[in-house]
Design a protein around this ligand. Structure first.
Ligand code: MLT
Length: 260
């Protein structure tokens, strides 16, 4: 079985932005950003991360290092030396791991709905329980339980298409791949001590109503990364780029404009 993501969207030309999705989602969550970036003179590349989307699970654990190395291998294949690395939630952990492993290949960082510290023992236990539940019962329970946390009340009430898109992404995730990603997230390092050494422009984005990775997590990263800016998006929870795409895109393009 292939270790690299086989499924990838690659659009536009210019400075490259790698878009790394969250858990248990896939590259389709970046549709709005791919359209925007490719029309604004950037190349947007969004892979399905290991075991999710259209890639196949490769084992019982997909570590953040596995995923970061997959991204590097994909960049090699697509002849991209250096890119803006933009990750949401689990994609943010992969972005931080990528920076740790391949700092010279990162031009800027975008960290959305994510956090730097590792899990505590209780959080690791919950992840293992969720992995086992997914393997036994499939994704439906996770979709039902997490949708109200992933999306802000305004999204849930007024954007049925976004609600359906997020729900369908979760339901079509491969349970083995999702369980492996959960276990990989439980094993991730504490990235906090890397933050002061990030000498790159960094954009930290968070939804005001995100209870999964709350504003305080974003403020911590903003305080610790010397050259960072913080964007708090109103009327959004965890899926900021899908819930408020126009606001997310404006923040992204304003930030990226600096490298054009
Ligand atoms: C995600 O959206 O990627 C997850 O909520 C990340 C996590 O469980 O820590």
């Amino acid at each position: 079985m292939s270790k690299r993501p086989k499924a990838v969207d690659d659009a536009g030309s210019g400075s490259t932005v790698m878009l790394l999705h969250g858990y248990p989602f896939d590259r389709s969550m970046w549709r709005e950003q791919i359209g925007l970036l490719s029309s604004q003179g950037y190349r947007a590349i969004a892979p399905d991360l290991r075991g999710l989307g259209e890639t196949r699970p490769t084992g019982q654990v997909s570590t953040m290092g596995d995923m970061a190395r997959d991204v590097a291998a994909l960049m090699d294949e697509l002849k991209v030396d250096r890119a803006v690395i933009c990750g949401l939630s689990m994609g943010g952990y992969v972005a931080l791991e990528f920076f740790h492993l391949f700092p010279a290949r990162v031009s800027r960082l975008v960290l959305a709905g994510t956090r730097a510290p590792a899990d505590n023992e209780q959080e690791k236990l919950v992840r293992e329980q969720q992995a086992q539940r997914i393997l036994a019962e499939g994704m439906k329970g996770i979709a039902d339980a997490t949708l109200p946390k992933l999306l802000a009340p305004k999204t849930l009430n007024e954007k049925p298409r976004v609600v359906a898109q997020v729900r369908e992404m979760i339901l079509r995730a491969n349970p083995q791949g999702a369980a492996a990603a959960q276990r990989g997230m439980a094993m991730r390092r504490d990235y906090s001590r890397d933050l002061p050494g990030i000498g790159l422009g960094t954009l930290v984005i968070v939804g005001r109503a995100d209870s999964i990775r709350p504003v305080a997590d974003a403020e911590f990263m903003h305080r610790m990364v010397p050259n960072s800016r913080l964007k708090i998006i109103e009327d959004a929870a965890h899926m900021t780029n899908m819930e408020q795409p126009a606001v997310f895109n404006r923040a992204l393009v304003n930030f990226l404009g600096l490298i054009h």
